[in-house]
Design a protein around this ligand. Structure first.
Ligand SMILES: NC(=O)c1ccc[n+]([C@@H]2O[C@H](COP(=O)([O-])OP(=O)(O)OC[C@H]3O[C@@H](n4cnc5c(N)ncnc54)[C@H](OP(=O)(O)O)[C@@H]3O)[C@@H](O)[C@H]2O)c1
Length: 248
């Protein structure tokens, strides 16, 4: 059976994606910063490995311990909802280190074996926030838009070697730990001058009738991984599909 290595499997989209690939008979390397066996069903097709995508030694260890990887899913990421004025540069660096450079570093570590075998797929999870400018998301969006641009070029670089690269764009998913994780980082809050704008953003979310579920993203990653005709950019989630269609 093919093997998928997925980053950020402790919760949310990564956890659901690991479940779905296991359910469909694949071997799964579920990676987490703090490995926990109990979040996934026990299986002799499951390997849970420690991986922090911002740590080069951790990446090297995890990729070596994983063995052959047919599909690499770069899902690990952190959120941030604040205007640039409310974003300390060390925080911006942390976001780019995880979302952007973490994805690049994992991809770089995974490519050699795929290139040598002449097959493999890299699936990068970004976001529909990259489809149009939104308030309070300048830094987060930039970190994900960079991954979009990187992946589009990567697909060209790797095509001659039989390796595909695809982008899955989830919409807003209130049921993952993403919002809580982002809020925990935002101890200083949003600058007062932007309070009304922030209220408007929260009010518009409260009216959203469409959202993304973790299963939508897992299905999107599955399609990106298994369907050679999958488009380069795949919106995942009812809101994501609607947003992408509205922009066409
Ligand atoms: N939820 C949304 O509305 C939404 C929408 C569009 C795109 N996305 C993107 O979808 C992806 C998954 O988000 P989610 O909603 O499932 O959020 P989540 O529940 O917070 O999951 C994020 C995962 O990334 C992991 N992670 C964070 N920093 C890491 C690092 N340095 N190394 C390895 N793993 C790390 C977290 O692990 P720990 O448990 O160790 O923190 C967690 O497993 C992210 O890339 C996010 O940007 C989310």
């Amino acid at each position: 059976m093919p093997t998928a290595l997925i980053t950020g499997c402790s919760s949310g989209f990564g956890l659901e994606t690991a479940r779905l690939f296991l359910d469909r008979g694949w071997d799964v390397v579920a990676t987490m910063r703090k490995p926990r066996e109990d979040v996934l069903p026990a299986s002799d097709r499951l390997k849970v490995l420690a991986l922090d995508v911002t740590d080069a030694a951790s990446i090297e260890r995890a990729v070596a311990d994983a063995g052959a990887i047919d599909v690499l899913v770069n899902n690990a990421g952190i959120g941030w909802l604040n205007p640039l004025e409310g974003t300390p540069i060390p925080t911006a660096r942390e976001i780019f280190e995880t979302n952007t450079l973490g994805t690049m570093a994992m991809t770089q570590a995974g490519i050699p074996q795929m290139r040598e075998r002449g097959s493999g797929v890299i699936v990068n999870v970004t976001s529909t926030v990259t489809l149009k400018p939104l308030h309070l998301l300048s830094v987060y969006t930039a970190s994900k838009a960079a991954v979009n641009a990187f992946t589009e070029c990567l697909a060209l670089e790797l095509e001659p070697f039989g390796v595909r690269a695809r982008i899955v764009l989830p919409g807003r998913a209130p049921e993952t730990r993403f919002g809580d994780n982002a809020r925990a980082r935002m101890t200083a809050g949003i600058p007062e001058a932007y309070a009304d704008i922030a209220q408007g953003v929260f009010a518009s979310w409260a009216q959203d009738s469409l959202v993304t579920r973790p299963l939508d993203v897992a299905e999107g990653v599955w399609r990106a991984a298994t369907d050679p005709n999958c488009p380069m950019h795949l919106p995942a989630g009812a809101d994501a599909v609607a947003q992408a269609a509205a922009l066409q």
